[in-house]
Design a protein around this ligand. Structure first.
Ligand SMILES: Cc1cc2nc3c(=O)[nH]c(=O)nc-3n(C[C@H](O)[C@H](O)[C@H](O)COP(=O)(O)O)c2cc1C
Length: 196
């Protein structure tokens, strides 16, 4: 009763949504990914930085190059998922800031002229956007399998450049047979929330 979102959507996004470890071979189209992005791009980031960048790994050759950087336990599912995305943070996001945050265009030079400040902000805000993206995948009726069990530096060298910091690799598709590990417990409200 306290939530505005209808119960079916609550289930789709959270209660019945799971992290998939196996997928059917039904393709995930560019149109689906675009619909997901065009929804989740509205998720908030500091100064509207929106530093998340998404690399879709589509060719068999690129998939092979990616899988070699995955931890052993992540290799099989990354080889067979219909679509794999590398999510990274753009450490040069400040170049877009005057456009993205026209209310305060000085932010670019005032707060983000130094690379370490940009890297910190990009890591936090791209991670937020990665979470929005995972929920967006669920909103499309698909399942996501995010993974940090990967040599991220290797992925950076293989697919990105020094201006981009990879955060995670995400398998995307319809869940296949035996897709789930057992559901793990969550902390209860009282264990997490304090009021001061
Ligand atoms: C950032 C992130 C990194 C993860 N890395 C891995 C990974 O490397 N390998 C793996 O099998 N699962 C990985 N997971 C999956 C989590 O273990 C899983 O989402 C969590 O246990 C909740 O599972 P559930 O959605 O089925 O309840 C990762 C999840 C996230 C969000």
């Amino acid at each position: 009763m306290s939530l505005a979102l209808d119960p079916a959507a609550q289930d789709l996004l959270f209660r019945e949504a799971r992290t998939a470890n196996a997928f059917t071979d039904e393709p995930v189209t560019d149109e689906q990914v675009q619909a997901i992005y065009d929804l989740v791009k509205y998720g908030p980031t500091a100064f509207n930085q929106t530093p998340l960048r998404i690399t879709l790994v589509r060719s068999a050759e690129a998939r092979e190059r990616l899988v070699q950087h995955m931890a052993e336990g992540n290799q099989a599912k990354t080889s067979t998922a219909p679509l794999v995305a590398i999510l990274s943070a753009d450490n040069e996001f400040h170049e877009e800031l005057p456009t993205l945050f026209p209310a305060f265009p000085q932010a670019k030079d005032l707060f983000f002229s130094e690379r370490p400040a940009r890297e910190g902000a990009a890591a936090l805000n791209a991670a937020l956007q990665a979470a929005y993206f995972i929920i967006g995948v669920r909103a499309a009726g698909l399942a996501a399998g995010p993974m940090t069990g990967v040599d991220l530096e290797g992925v950076r060298k293989e697919f990105l450049d020094d201006d981009h910091t990879p955060l995670m690799v995400v398998n995307i598709g319809r869940p296949g047979e035996d897709a789930w590990y057992p559901r793990s417990p969550r902390l209860a409200y009282d264990e997490v929330v304090t009021t001061v």
